[in-house]
Write a protein that binds this ligand. Sequence first.
Ligand code: HEM
Length: 509
Amino acid sequence: MELSAWLQPLIIFLIPLILTIFVFKRYFATKTGNKNLPPSPPKLPIIGHLHKLGSLPHRSLLSLSKKYGPLMLLHLGSIPTLVVSSAVAAEEIMKTHDVKFADRVRTYANEKLLYCYKDVSMAPYGEYWRQMKSFCVVQLLNNKSVQDMGTNREEETDFLVKNIVESNSSVVDLSELLITLTFNVVSTAAFGKKIDQRGDGRKLWMLMKETEELLGRFDVGTFTPWLAWINTVSGFNAKVKNIAKENDEFFERIVEEHINASMRKKKGGEKIKEREDFLDILLGAEEDAIGGFHIDRDGIKALILDMIAGGTDTTYTALEWTMTELLRHPKAMKEVQNEIRNICRGKSNISYPDDFENMHYLKAVIKETLRLHPPLPLLVPRTARQDVKVMGYDIAAGTMVLINAWAIGRDPTSWDEPDEFRPERFLNSTIDYRGHDFQLIPFGAGRRGCPGISFAMSNYEYVLANLLHKFDWQLPNGMKGDELNMDEGTGLTCHRKVPLLVVATPFSC
Ligand code: HEM
């Protein structure tokens, strides 16, 4: 009698407990136990592996991948994250399973800064993204537009050369000059204005810097949703909203100015300029659908922002690292200058693209720089749209994917002496950066690959060839190449931490 009185409540308590444990075990068994997950380092509660990223995640992730392999599973807060560090693994993601990994990551900053994903780079995979991307490729960034922009490119390069000549062989901040040049080339193509002539160019530059910094941030709220309140308390959300508002005011003003200018011209019977900028074309598609594509005002501003943010920092960073590596490698500098000067002998100007056909060493220098210093070392993160098997591992829908192009460019299984700057490796090689050779993917690959390659490369090649043709280069105060600071700055784009200061002496044939 006494025993049953004691047993009854115990049984009532124990049975549900045992059942609960059983159900939980079954649940986790189906979630992970039966799954073949990629190797993963030990993690901390709540933050998972966030602390492992460090200030230069591409470097920290390479160190981890040396221990855990080319496909590694991390948990950034509560977000499962696949880190890809070999060409073979990258090919599986961006070619074999391209469509399954064609989504982007949703963060608070992406949503607020990019008009609820109305741009191209962060738009979710689907019909809207497809239309926007094909509009970019067909209407804005095609080979013909790139050729038409030649005058703009030439004018800006002449201006750069003039500025350097005027330095009279004193020390110049080449980074600053390259930032101005790329900004002006892209802003002229995007909305027909050199931003530094507007007087508020500096403001746009600062806004874009802040925008990129916020877009590249691994913020607590996104990665640990139940700690999202920290973003409010820390002021992160307020900062994002503030920059989004300032960006919007800036771009709205540019759009209004454009509309007013074209109305004035129409009224006065003035000839509309022959070469349209991107904004003219986009406003045309807002008024009347072009090729069945209709875009609204927020979509226009988001796309212009994509062009400025995606096209300036990346291109100037590539130019900055190329000059850095050449200053560190005087033999390569001499070789590339001899090639350009021989091809352009007797001419005052380089003609693009004809003279470039035979500039094989210059092209090799560019590839070698993009291999060692891809401007976006982790590309632009993607997300798995469905469950998928990669190299035998089970990857769950919603997993974020970081493709470490920086690590892949330095992978000894793909490259001899991977840390050495040796342009010669590309002279008798067909390896290219357009997304078919997965050991060299500075522009990504597949559906979400960069649509701005031709635009970027035409500026990159033309500016670089002119700098090397027209000047001889040294470091200030007799500094040797191997004394040059090679530290990388933090952020989405991996530029030099400190500006590149140089002395240029005009070269005359
Ligand atoms: C050296 C210069 C550049 C580099 C290294 C670069 C690199 C990249 C990379 C790595 C991606 C992500 C690719 C992927 O997920 O597979 C990307 C996407 C993109 N880039 Fe570029 N880019 C450059 C220049 C430009 C320029 C000049 C523009 C336009 C004017 C541009 C517009 C875009 C856009 C719109 C996307 C998003 C594509 C999508 O999500 O579908 N980029 N770029």
